[in-house]
Ligand binder design. Sequence first.
Ligand code: GLN
Length: 309
Amino acid sequence: MTDDLRSHIDEAMTLAAAQLGKGRVADYIPALAKVDPAKLGFALALPDGTVHASGDADEPFSIQSVSKVFTLALALRRVGSDLWTSVGREPSGSAFNSVVQLESEQGIPRNPLINAGAIATTDRLIDGRAGDAVAEEIVDFMRARAGDDRVEIDFDVAFSESETGARNRSLAHFMDAFGNLTHPVETVVGVYFRQCAIAMSCRQLARAGLFLAMEGRDPFTGEQIVEAHRARRINAIMMLCGHYDNSGEFAFRVGLPGKSGVGGGILCIAPGQGSIAVWSPALNEAGTSLAGAVALEHFAYAAGWSVFD
Ligand code: GLN
C-alpha cells in the first residue's frame, strides 16, 4: 500500500511538473508576486503519522485562503451553529473577492470560503476579544494541528495585503452597512490579513488538515477538534465552495473536498484516508494552483480516492 502511494505521488508529480510555466502567480498582493512560479511541493499525511513528501514540500508558502477552513472550524467551536446567521452555505459561482452578491443578498455572504464569508466568519470568531489575541489563537491552532511550533505569520505578506486591501475593506464595510459585522472593520480585516499571511509548508499543512479526514479528531493528539458532524459539514463546504467559481471543475476532476489559496497551496481531504497539501504558485483564472490541481487529480485517480465511491 505504502509503495503504491509513493509511486502514485511520483507519477502525479511528474504530470504536474509538465504544467510548470503555465498559469500566473497572484500579483494583486505585491509580496506574493515575488514567489518563484516553478515551485512544486506535495505532502500526504496519513492517520498513522506517516507523511509522504515530494518536491518543495518543506518550503513555507503563504497559505492565504486555505486559512479559511481553519478559522471556520474555530468559529464553529466558539459560536456553534449561530455562525450560520452571519454566513450561508451555498456556492457563489463568482470570484473569491466579488462584491456583487453582497448587495442583492443583504450583506450575508454566500459561504465562509469566499473573502466576504471568511471576513464574516473571522468577525464571529473574534467574539468581543482583541484582534491580536485572536490572530495569536489562530497561529497557535495551526501550530498545534501541524505539530510544529515553527508556523509563523509572514508579516511582509500581511502588511502587503493590508496596503492593497481596499477590496476586502469594501466587503467588510458593505457587511457592516447591512448590520452583519459586530466589530470595527479594521479589527476584523486586521485579523483576516494575518490569518491569510500564515506561512506553512506542504508537510505542515497536510498534517494540520488531518482532523478533517478523521471525523474531527486529531489522530496525533487524540483531541476532538470539532465534532464529527461538523468535520463532515466543513468537508461538504470545501467540496462545494473551496475553489470559488472553479469548485465544480475541481470536484469533477479530483472528487475530494479541497481549499485553494492564491499563494498556490491547496489542502485536500480524503475522508478516512488522509490529508494532502500541494503547492505550486502559478494559478488558473479562478485562483487555484494549476500544477497543484493536476497533481491532486492524478493522485486521487491513481489511488482511487474519491468521496463518490
Ligand atoms: N488574502 C487573499 C485575499 O483576501 C485571499 C484570497 C485567496 O487566497 N483566494 O484576497
